[in-house]
Design a protein around this ligand. Structure first.
Ligand SMILES: Nc1ncnc2c1ncn2[C@@H]1O[C@H](COP(=O)(O)OP(=O)(O)O)[C@@H](O)[C@H]1O
Ligand SMILES: [Mg+2]
Length: 284
């Protein structure tokens, strides 16, 4: 396994956002969000659909430039111009819709876009032997036991595919690993497997950002929790200040109010007094 670089002389966060926001025209997808990601810690970002979770991680991943606030990497104010810049800074992202080529073998997907070569000039070609051997070893080192790295990645379960993506980020020396709802479409058992690799990545010294809407997935692995509602942060809690019950009720409370306000808006229209009152409570 490749060496994971320590954060240097400082013990500060690798990534920090201060009052960060993103507007798309006049749609405010995210506003005034503050949190941090430290080496060897799991930062969980929780929130319902449309809360702004993906928007936040796309800013960290260099896919969107933020329109408000500050992004700091190793304490330096930064704006990523592209996903490549974020990768260069050591931030690897596994998106909700995994970017894999289903018919290609596991080893090919493991090295996709960073294929090692051997030979020179006209004899230069992909080093298939190295790729097969290394991907097998790296997956085994993470405790992922695949029958055959030659099988098309499309034949793996959703959980196994997430694990390949995590092992890949660790191998390529990521310092920060962002996972956008990796357990969203998985059953209980497979979710457990993915949670196990999240912990493995953390123990390798990576700063992990774990996005989920499930407090039962977040609580056991999270070191800090950031809750989003309608693009705004409703709190940042270290694990020591939070119980499973509190996290669950915060999430449930937010979901209920949200549904209620949407139903009222539909039946009463957004301008009615009652809808406005509920809206104010949701915003509070
Ligand atoms: N490219 C975009 N253009 C306009 N609005 C967007 C865009 N991306 C996201 N949004 C809006 O921002 C809000 C948050 O979306 P998103 O970050 O995807 O939420 P989540 O991942 O928490 O479900 C949503 O209301 C969504 O419609
Ligand atoms: Mg999302």
């Amino acid at each position: 396994m490749t060496e994971i670089q320590a954060t240097g002389s400082t013990t500060g966060p690798i990534v920090e956002v201060r009052g960060i926001g993103k507007r798309f025209g006049n749609i405010i997808a995210l506003s005034d969000v503050t949190t941090e990601v430290r080496a060897g810690e799991v930062t969980c970002v929780l929130g319902d659909n449309g809360a702004g979770k993906s928007t936040l991680i796309k800013i960290l991943a260099g896919a969107h430039a933020h329109t408000d606030g500050e992004l700091l990497i190793d304490g330096q104010v930064t704006t990523f111009g592209s996903p490549r810049e974020a990768l260069t800074a050591g931030i690897a992202t596994v998106y909700q819709d995994l970017a894999v080529v289903p018919l290609m073998p596991v080893w090919r997907n493991f090295f996709l876009g960073s294929e090692p070569t051997k030979g020179r000039g006209p004899f230069k070609r992909m080093d298939i032997g190295f790729m097969k051997k290394t991907s097998k070893e790296e997956l085994a080192a993470m405790g992922i036991d695949l029958r055959d790295v030659d099988q098309p990645i499309g034949t793996l379960s959703g959980g196994e595919r997430q694990c390949v993506a995590i092992a890949r980020a660790v191998y390529f020396g990521a310092r920060v690993l962002i996972l956008d709802e990796p357990t969203a479409s998985l059953g209980v058992k497979q979710s457990g497997v993915v949670l196990k690799y999240i912990v493995k990545a953390r123990d390798c010294g990576l700063g992990v950002v774990f996005i989920t809407h499930n407090p039962h997935h977040a609580f056991p692995v999270g070191d800090r929790f950031m809750l989003l509602r309608r693009g705004k942060s409703i709190g940042n809690f270290p694990k020591s200040e939070m119980t499973m019950e509190e996290l669950t009720s915060l999430m449930a409370g937010s979901a209920e109010l949200e549904t209620l306000s949407q139903e009222l808006e539909r039946s009463l229209g957004p301008d009615s007094e009652l809808a406005k009152k509920i809206e104010a409570e949701v915003e509070a």
